[in-house]
Write a protein that binds this ligand. Structure first.
Ligand SMILES: [Zn+2]
Length: 477
């Protein structure tokens, strides 16, 4: 499957119509969420008496009333797709791929999902392989939507038009399956290589805060000087707008304007991150010397947690300094360097090229000597320098760490310990439950209301959350 995301440029009139479509689709989606919550909160036991399951369907006509005349101003397909999106989200939940659908807010990225009835890619005769994108239908014409296709594509069956921080995009995916060899097949092929060849074909990648990515042969993958300069400029700009935002009345026009400005500065940072991730991974995957990419299995979530408060033993109720401010600064730069995104992109590009990405245990990689393997905190006299206390090997600290990671990666492949990870963690797996079927009794409650309901019914053997062990004894609220 191949995904495309192109920038598009609606005119002011078109943008207004599209915003209306987005709003109405979201309205239907949220109405379905609300309806479902109502059923599960108030009608579940009554329905159970009659043996009727809680409906998970895509009907939406009940929401078109005298109170919602605005729904008549958009194509019915837009509304139906809102209900379909909700149903699809529910199916994802049933497969354990996500939470129950929740209310979509008016803030942040917004999108409308259009199916074939509402758009057409018309081939341009003068330019083969190029298309004109027409939006709308007879009763609701929008016209030709200008977009820039930066690579060749096949017209899809459906597409999303999205608005994020003032920018419009059209995105879709093609179902044409690209043949990629499985990860285990690649791992088995590489395992048969002699160890020295395998080591030469493995590149270690150390992801740091100052240098986003450092390779084991000393390449530094960083944002361009112009980008770095602009990032610093945007950071100053964001601070200024955030101060303004704090002073303005919530819900007012000027508050909304300041909010849009802040969003724009964040958008630039995320653009740079994505740009860097795409370019760096392309350089790495295209390099014929590399077959294996070793990364540290870093847990971004635990690293970005807030600093734990340290209680003062002498004065109860008071706390000792815990460098919370420094830690939140570090958190920001960790998130800013976009590790997760880098990893995801590297994974799929490597897989297409028949190459392998392995994640190695991260313990002491910054204190281990790449030459002799001596591990000691004294090996790091400063943030940037590495000097081995045993063999006097010295190097840039990130470079040394990348070499340690490369060695660990090669060992992992040689030992055949590259196991394919499950795609997504989930609390429970269900095999064949489709829409319209009742939920099984063992399903873990998700919302506070559901939790309260379950406990209220005396179903105390059900765990309260996915993080807790099931309790043996009963305990009432
Ligand atoms: Zn050493």
């Amino acid at each position: 499957m191949d995904g495309f995301r192109f920038r598009c440029y609606p005119t002011e009139d078109q943008a207004q119509i599209l915003r209306q479509w987005i709003g109405c689709q979201r309205f239907i989606y949220n109405a379905k969420v609300g309806e479902d919550r109502y059923f599960r909160r108030f009608a579940a036991s009554a329905l159970a008496l009659t043996g009727t399951p809680i409906p998970i369907d895509q009907t939406y006509a009940q929401f078109k009333t005298d109170l919602t005349p605005f729904l008549a101003d958009v194509p019915a397909v837009v509304l139906r797709n809102g209900a379909v999106r909700w149903k699809q989200a529910y199916q994802r939940f049933f497969k354990g791929l996500g939470g129950r659908p929740t209310i979509k807010t008016r803030h942040g990225r917004q999108s409308v999902w259009l199916t074939r009835e509402l758009f057409a890619f018309e081939p341009i005769e003068a330019a083969p392989g190029h298309y004109r994108l027409l939006i709308g239908c007879g009763k609701f014409p929008v016209g030709k939507l200008a977009f820039t296709a930066h690579r060749a594509f096949e017209p899809p069956a459906s597409l999303h038009i999205s608005l994020d921080a003032g920018r419009w995009h059209v995105s879709f995916s093609n179902e044409t399956a690209t043949e990629t060899p499985s990860e285990t097949a690649i791992a088995e092929r590489l395992q048969r290589l002699p160890i020295d060849q395998l080591q030469a074909a493995t590149v270690g990648l150390d992801r740091g805060v100052a240098t986003p990515v450092m390779t084991s042969d000393g390449q530094r993958l960083v944002a361009s000087p112009a980008q770095q300069q602009r990032l610093a400029q945007k950071e100053r700009r964001r601070k200024r707008w955030q101060r303004k935002l704090a002073r303005r009345r919530q819900g007012g026009q000027n508050h909304a304007k300041a909010r849009a400005q802040v969003a724009r500065t964040y958008r630039y940072a995320s653009d740079v991150r994505r740009d860097l991730a795409h370019k760096a991974t392309r350089v790495l995957v295209d390099d014929p010397r590399y077959q294996v990419y070793a990364l540290e299995a870093l847990r971004v979530q635990s690293m970005t947690r807030r600093a734990t408060p340290k209680p003062d033993p002498e004065r109860p109720g008071h706390y000792l300094p815990n460098n919370a401010k420094a830690k939140s600064g570090l958190n920001r730069s960790i998130l800013a360097s976009g590790w997760g995104q880098f990893k995801t992109i590297l994974h799929y590009k490597a897989a297409r090229a028949g190459k392998l990405v392995v994640e190695v245990p991260p313990a002491y990689s910054s204190q281990e000597c790449a030459r002799c393997g001596h591990i000691h905190p004294d090996n790091r006299p400063s943030q940037a320098r590495f000097v081995c206390q045993a063999c006097a090997h010295h190097a840039h600290a990130d470079h040394n760490a990348a070499q340690v990671i490369a060695a660990r990666g090669a060992r992992l492949v040689a030992d055949g310990q590259v196991v394919e990870k499950p795609k997504k963690r989930c609390a429970l797996k269900r095999t064949t439950v489709g829409p319209g079927e009742a939920e099984p009794a063992g399903l873990i409650p998700q919302t506070p209301v559901e939790n309260a309901l379950r406990r209220g019914r005396g179903n105390t053997t059900a765990p309260r959350s996915t993080k807790q062990e099931p309790r043996a004894t009963s305990q009432r609220l």
